[in-house]
Ligand binder design. Structure first.
Ligand code: NIG
Ligand code: FE
Length: 412
């Protein structure tokens, strides 16, 4: 099947040669082609260029994109899309004055979702989660990482990871699975933290590895959750089972999680709302991608990741949603890009780089996703007629997407 798209007003994120990520001042550069064509063969990008260079060719389907922009699909490298029920009561409790921390201390928060997850059947969790996946795909997400972490029991964690695997099998979207058994201590291990860590290492990890249920290992490294020492122990065990670390750090406190992640060659360190100059320094000369989650900052009214300072220091940044029932009940990458521009003062070019190629890097898939490059997956967004790509963050509440291409096919 050959599809030709013609008269594209502007084709964004065009990379002739393979790049895996962009950092520092390079983040301000978003290469584009105006008045472009794009050729798709089966599920891959076969060619692109200016309309006046369009070669003679036979296509099964021709789409005229006059007035419209094309950009690679969003790469959302941090989500918790698989969960049961919701936490809307906690949302109202927070409006009425309780903090996220106070809610968690009363047995709400992650433990509330864990209780719901363990009481819900695998089939029902799949049904609830697939609706969220379908929603984000129509919002332009073409690759997504999904974490476990609401089971907190051997069976619950395996159940979540099996649901993630089934989603990956059934939908035309690349899904990476992350084992986040170390998301919180379940109540019956409150007085025996070492016991729960033992459970993660000796019971959960071997089963997950045996059944090839995860690519990455995550830990919520934070005051009141997992200490740096515990995080290191869990990352080390995960690595022994072939899982690469991608960890939650610096959401509320800077306690050394970034340094621990770098030490264990984490693919990414995520959240980063609270950053010290030492944290920024530690990330220089590392291959670890810093990931910001601005819709979490928005929803919880906590600080935004200091993107300007980080970019000034030469660092890359990826943007992701953190879609989860507690801190970010939204998987809209368009909103994430807009919020990064509006609240973190990233330019549209920086934000689009952060949500495409750098997001792909944070999932280990930038060889196949995240840019318009020959041979990469034909995953892209075709916008409605718009004046320029500035509209994407500027018109932050509008849906500017006309159609989404997933592996060369229009999503219906
Ligand atoms: O990334 N911070 C840790 N985990 C999730 C939220 C978990 C929850 O509240 O359910 C996050 O924000
Ligand atoms: Fe998260």
């Amino acid at each position: 099947m050959v599809t030709l798209i013609t008269n594209i007003k502007e084709l964004l994120q065009v990379r002739e040669t393979e790049i895996l990520k962009v950092s520092g001042t390079e983040m301000a550069v978003l290469p584009t082609i105006k008045n472009a064509f794009l050729l798709i063969k089966d599920n891959l990008i076969a060619d692109f260029g200016q309309m006046n260079e369009l070669p003679e060719l036979k296509a099964d389907k021709i789409i005229d994109a006059t007035g419209r922009i094309i950009l690679p699909s969003w790469c959302d490298s941090h989500t918790h899309i698989v969960y049961a029920g919701n936490r809307e009561q906690e949302f109202v409790d927070r409006i009425n004055g309780l903090s996220y921390e106070e809610i968690a201390n009363r047995g709400g928060g992650i433990l509330n979702s864990a209780k719901k997850l363990n009481e819900t059947s695998e089939e029902e969790i799949y049904e609830q989660s697939k609706l969220r996946l379908e929603e984000v795909m129509h919002l332009g997400t073409g690759a997504v990482e999904i974490k476990s972490g609401y089971g907190l029991t051997v069976e619950g964690e395996l159940k979540m990871l099996r649901v993630i695997k089934k989603l990956a099998e059934n939908y035309p979207i690349t899904i990476k699975a992350t084992f986040l058994g170390a998301h919180a201590f379940p109540s019956h291990f409150k007085e025996n933290k070492a016991g729960y860590i033992e459970e993660i290492i000796t019971k959960m990890l071997p089963e997950i590895a045996k059944n090839k249920l995860a690519d990455y290992i995550d830990v919520f490294c934070e005051t009141g959750y997992f200490s740096v020492e515990e995080t290191e122990k869990i990352m080390e065990a995960g690595i022994q089972y072939g899982l690469i670390p991608k960890i939650h750090v610096n959401q509320f406190n800077s306690i050394g999680g970034i340094q621990a992640g770098i030490k264990f060659k984490a693919l990414s360190v995520d959240h980063l709302e609270i950053m010290t100059p030492e944290d920024i320094d530690a990330l220089k000369d590392s291959e670890t991608m810093p990931v910001a989650l601005p819709s979490c900052s928005y929803f919880l009214s906590i600080p935004y990741t200091p993107a300007r300072e980080m970019i000034k220091a030469g660092l890359p940044i990826a943007l992701a949603t953190d879609f989860n029932p507690g801190s970010t009940p939204s998987g809209n990458m368009n909103f994430v890009v807009a919020t990064a521009c509006i609240k973190m003062k990233m330019t549209p070019e920086e934000a689009i780089n952060a949500a495409t190629i750098n997001g792909a890097y944070a999932m280990g898939i930038s060889k196949t996703h995240g840019s318009i490059t020959k041979g990469k997956k034909a995953n892209f967004i075709l916008t409605k007629p718009i004046s320029s790509y500035y509209q994407i963050p500027y018109a932050f509440g509008s849906n500017l997407i006309e159609s989404v291409f997933a592996e060369g096919e229009i999503l219906t």
